[in-house]
Design a protein around this ligand. Structure first.
Ligand SMILES: *Cc1c(COP(=O)(O)O)cnc(C)c1O
Length: 411
């Protein structure tokens, strides 16, 4: 059996069409878009084409509303710090949720150390934000709300449109991290009602290190990177022309394939979930069963550590991840799964399977063939299986406290 890649929420392979489109801007058309001579002009035209294409695919009114960045994290940072800086005289309060990606959480923590107040609205057991909680959190000081469109750990799709409707006319900027949603959901910034929206190339078969922030005309935002004034002064630095070309090409392809792909992936996911729940006991299926990313399934297995599960799957040629921070030096349970009300033990036993455009039924069946055996073997080895309690697990691992959260390792 070939290697099976079930970690599409972590990253995706670059589409051949995107890679092909990029090459000429690394070699022949290497010019700087700010230069006036021929090769610079070619780069400038490519940049403009990419901007127009991405704006159209996101439903933006104007290509000028697209700011290219070096990925999803920078887009999130620009949205949050950029608005905070521009509006700090108007107010110092920001509202977000407890399940955001670290690229949103960490800039907010930074702002908290610098005079801003942040309200973290809770989620329910399925990982869903209640728009009423967002409305209740607003104060006269609120300048920004940031709620992700789809969660990267459990896949739950948030009621972004409903939240936007509650914010209408209040002069509060509304940002959504849509990094996981691109290629999986129809995204139209006007339909959603967002003022800012982050995307990242490598999560939808584009290159790594390139992304974009949509910024609605009239939204006040200051740059976080200063220099030569590129991107209409909102993001200085010579543009990553080849990356941006790859970003646009990848978005064009995944949008074209989206409806067919998501239907196929939802069916594969149901096959996987049914298979896991019927062949393994003491397992919970996490997240909203319906309002979720089509190819994403997250489980929690009792008496098992997700890390061991990942390593055992890896030995069998299957790449997947745990809901915990995906790093070898951190066993910190996922803040997302904890926020949904699960225990640290449940969070530790999590497995995230994220399928994508290359995933097949044969791969799902192969996972279903090997997973029960791995789970049984790990449980037999587990000191926690035969009657020991969750509390014991916790006291055995006192170092796994919230202070040790290596949030930046989450992908
Ligand atoms: C991956 C991811 C990011 C970060 O994007 P990068 O391009 O890797 O910096 C931000 N938000 C979410 C939801 C993600 O899944």
């Amino acid at each position: 059996m070939n290697k099976i890649y079930f970690d599409h929420s972590a990253t995706t392979p670059v589409l051949p069409a995107a890679a092909e489109a990029m090459v000429t801007f690394l070699t022949d058309n290497y010019g700087n878009p700010s230069s006036v001579y021929e090769t610079g002009r070619a780069a400038k035209v490519a940049l403009q084409d990419a901007r127009e294409s991405i704006a159209a695919l996101l439903g933006a009114d104007d290509p000028k509303e697209i700011i290219f960045t070096a990925g999803g994290s920078e887009a999130d940072n620009l949205a949050i710090k950029g608005v905070a800086d521009a509006k700090r005289k108007r107010g110092n309060h920001i509202v977000t949720s407890t399940i955001e990606h670290p690229a949103v959480m960490e800039p907010l923590k930074y702002l908290e150390k610098n005079g801003f107040q942040v309200t973290y609205v809770p989620v329910d057991s399925k990982g869903m934000v209640d728009p009423a909680d967002v409305a209740a959190a607003l104060t006269d000081e609120t300048i920004l709300v940031s709620i992700m469109l789809a969660n990267n750990v459990v896949g739950t799709i948030q009621p972004v449109k409903e939240i936007a409707a509650l914010l209408g006319g209040k002069g509060i900027a509304f940002h959504s991290d849509a990094v996981q949603a691109v290629g999986n959901l129809a995204i139209d910034v006007n339909e959603l009602g967002v003022d800012m929206l982050s995307i990242s190339g490598h999560k939808f078969h584009g290159p790594k290190g390139v992304g974009a922030l949509y910024v609605r005309k009239g939204t006040r935002i200051n740059p976080i990177i200063h220099g030569g004034g590129q991107e209409r002064n909102k993001r200085s630095g010579t543009e990553n022309v080849s990356g941006i070309v790859g970003l646009a090409r990848a978005l064009e392809v995944v949008e074209e394939e989206r409806e067919e792909k998501t239907k196929r992936l939802a069916a594969l996911r149901e096959r996987l979930v049914d298979g896991v729940l019927s062949s393994i006991d003491e397992v919970q299926y996490l997240g909203d069963p319906v309002r979720r990313l089509p190819g994403s399934a997250c489980f929690s297995f009792k008496f098992i550590e997700g890390e061991s599960l990942i390593l055992n799957l890896d030995m069998m040629g299957v790449a997947a991840s745990s809901g915990s921070a995906c790093s070898s030096h951190s066993l910190e349970p996922s803040h997302v799964i904890l926020a949904m009300g699960y225990s640290a033990v449940d969070a530790h036993g999590s497995l995230r399977i994220t399928m994508g455009r290359s995933s097949t039924e044969a791969e799902v069946d192969e996972l279903l063939r090997i997973l029960p055996g791995i789970v049984t073997r790990l449980r037999q080895m587990s000191p926690f299986h035969a009657g020991e309690t969750a509390e014991m697990f916790m006291t055995e691992h006192p170092e796994d406290g919230p202070d040790h959260h290596h949030a930046h390792d989450e992908i």
